[in-house]
Design a binder for this molecule. Structure first.
Ligand code: LMR
Length: 398
């Protein structure tokens, strides 16, 4: 029955990560977006370890969560998203727990499939996170398209191209926007540009899904990183937000996230909430509790929250330092080209501006960046940043 199935499509990120993990030392693995410490080791946050110890003492049980997940977690998650917002219209925001950001995007896709239908045109940035396209295709959408996003000359946002493409999208199309620290390019719109994007979304009556995988991780400041959501909230939009706590709390394998839907009225938000419950129940019934307990505990406890924000800033600052070391070393080596974009870009990744052949040549030297030239800067150390610069220098000169 299944022998004639077409060959599976290997996932670009996980497949290359496995290859890099299996490669002999010495090597530099900058494939997957996961934070490493100064010694290149995975780094569970101290505050999470502390929260875990306290939770263990509480002797909690393993009973089912509600279909929508832990309500206190959802509330804390939404309030974190809008840190600093006074008079948050919480009753107009329907929120459910999700299996990290991927699960939140998938729930969002299922929600749109059931509201405006699978013929809704979906617009993703070009380029975007490798999984976005499959999420929408596997949710049944027939028209998954791209809008222009990255200008390879300036290595910044192609705002003109983006606005033109969005202005041409049919009414009700779904536009996926990265809230901050765009993956893979590390290039974000300015606040002024976010307002222009909001203008066109309003004019064209587009639906919006923000993918928020890096709040606090880009600048170390939760408020600064969520400016786009605050702009859309203040302008009265109805929109969806997929939040992940994989990176900013280092909870990669706990699969903890939140989907929130900001509605025009409380009546609408109650209906949306019910529909999301109806989508969740036949898919996975209800979500796991552990990650939600940790996140809500850290967000709601004043001391833990303060400790977390310090650790978060520490991670963001280390990435910024690694960017600087890499860029300065390239300048020092007089590597042909301009490398300022490495320090201009923000968040976990740098889109180094290397060709496919150059990226392959780095891989051949066991310096694993993706073939698009994406490198997880969070995976560098002071030492490997210098080695990478040497590698880039060689492949650029060849
Ligand atoms: C990445 O882009 O490397 C991360 O977001 C991990 C993933 O799921 O792809």
């Amino acid at each position: 029955r299944w022998s004639n199935l077409p060959p599976p499509t290997p996932d670009v990120v996980f497949t290359l990560n496995s290859k890099a993990k299996a490669a002999a030392d010495p090597k530099i693995n900058l494939v997957i977006g996961a934070y490493r410490d100064d010694d290149g080791k995975p780094m569970p946050l101290k505050v999470i370890r502390k929260a875990e110890r306290i939770l263990l003492e509480k002797n909690l049980n393993y009973e089912y969560l509600p279909i929508e997940g832990d309500p206190e977690f959802c509330d804390a998650s939404v309030k974190m998203l809008y840190s600093g917002v006074k008079d948050l219209p919480r009753q107009r925001i329907a929120a459910v727990q999700s299996l990290s950001g991927t699960g939140a995007c998938r729930l969002a896709a299922e929600f749109v499939a059931r509201t405006t239908g699978v013929n809704t045109e979906v617009y993703l940035p070009d380029p975007t996170w490798a999984n976005h396209k499959a999420i929408f295709q596997f949710s049944g959408f027939h028209h998954v398209k791209n809008y222009r996003y990255f200008d390879s000359n300036t290595k910044g946002v192609d705002i003109k191209g983006m606005l033109e493409d969005l202005a041409r999208a049919p009414e009700n199309s779904l536009v996926v926007l990265h809230l901050c620290a765009h993956n893979p390019t590390g290039a974000d719109p300015t606040p002024e540009e976010w307002n222009l994007i909001a203008d066109v979304c309003q004019k064209r009556k587009l639906q919006i899904l923000f993918d928020s995988a890096y709040q606090g991780y880009a600048s170390g400041d939760l408020q600064k990183d969520s400016i786009a959501a605050r702009i859309f909230l203040a302008r009265g939009f109805e929109y969806l937000v997929a939040q992940s706590f994989a990176k900013n709390m280092g909870l990669y394998n706990d699969r903890i996230g939140c989907l929130s839907v900001t509605c025009a009225t409380t009546v609408a938000s109650e209906k949306v909430f019910g529909l999301l419950q109806n989508i969740i129940r036949p898919m996975y019934s209800n979500p796991p509790a552990h990650g939600a307990r940790l996140v809500k505990f850290v967000l709601m406890d004043e001391t833990l929250r303060a400790e977390w924000e310090v650790e978060l800033k520490g991670m963001a600052d280390r990435i910024i330092r690694m960017r600087k070391i890499l860029r300065d070393e390239l300048v020092q080596l007089q590597t042909p080209g301009n490398w300022d974009h490495i320090t201009r870009q923000i968040g976990m990744f740098s889109y180094l501006g290397l060709s496919k052949a150059q990226s392959q040549a780095l891989q051949d030297r066991r310096m694993f960046v993706m073939l698009t030239g994406r490198a997880s800067i969070a995976g560098l150390t002071a030492n490997t940043a210098k080695l990478l610069a040497k590698g880039i220098d060689e492949v650029v000169r060849n």
